[in-house]
Design a protein around this ligand. Sequence first.
Ligand SMILES: Nc1ncnc2c1ncn2[C@@H]1O[C@H](COP(=O)(O)OP(=O)(O)OP(=O)(O)O)[C@@H](O)[C@H]1O
Ligand SMILES: C[C@H](N)[C@H](N)CCCCCC(=O)O
Ligand SMILES: [Mg+2]
Length: 227
Amino acid sequence: MQTASAWFVTGTDTEVGKTYATCALLHAARRAGLRALGMKPVAAGAELVDGRLANEDALRLLAAGSFDPGLDTLNPYCLASPIAPHIAAGEEGVIIETAPIRDALACLRAQADCVFVEGAGGFRVPLGPDYDMAMLARDLELPVILVVGMRLGCINHALLTAEAIAARDLPLAGWIANHVDPQMLRVDENLAALRERLPAPLLGVLPFDPGGNPAAASMALELPAVR
Ligand SMILES: Nc1ncnc2c1ncn2[C@@H]1O[C@H](COP(=O)(O)OP(=O)(O)OP(=O)(O)O)[C@@H](O)[C@H]1O
Ligand SMILES: C[C@H](N)[C@H](N)CCCCCC(=O)O
Ligand SMILES: [Mg+2]
């Protein structure tokens, strides 16, 4: 069975542009002639779409991918409330386990050339009493791509996240600077500080774009190296 390359996309926080950057990576991969799929293993926040609960990130990743692999495979855990996933799971009586996510990822990898797996929130977001996103990335053995939401405070968040990734023996395959704050001061100096300190290649800088067109944004991205 052919198995696709896959990466885990994390961020310096929630709402820093992980989904936006992941969609842009999907477009970049497709432009390179690859069959590319997104995955959202655990989503918190869903609305009824055509009579079923669907998460917005999952729908955006679905739309940016090469084809529709089925929403349940792309997003095995869809929690209703837009809150920390372990709280939503607790309230809904759901226990988030690795096996269904591993199986779904294997299914996606069997159909594609590359898969980008988006976390939820930042790298250490809990998924249950004894489980978190970092452990999931480790269990899936995925190299990590870090989306840095460019705003004051992001240097510290980015360096702490890089440390947490390294502490789990996961490779940091690259990072993406995403301009979420048009008021940010000393942007170039902040970018230089990150470049000097993050132990991975900068895959691209995404400009502030309130319209948010990931296909256009993909032109600014390089794909991570395949290991
Ligand atoms: N480069 C950008 N320019 C302008 N707006 C952006 C940019 N990137 C992201 N946004 C906006 O910021 C918000 C958060 O982006 P996004 O949903 O991609 O974040 P996220 O990190 O995936 O969040 P979550 O943790 O909920 O998954 C969205 O409204 C998105 O349109
Ligand atoms: C609901 C939101 N959009 C994300 N999916 C989940 C963010 C969880 C953040 C938890 C935390 O770090 O405090
Ligand atoms: Mg997202």
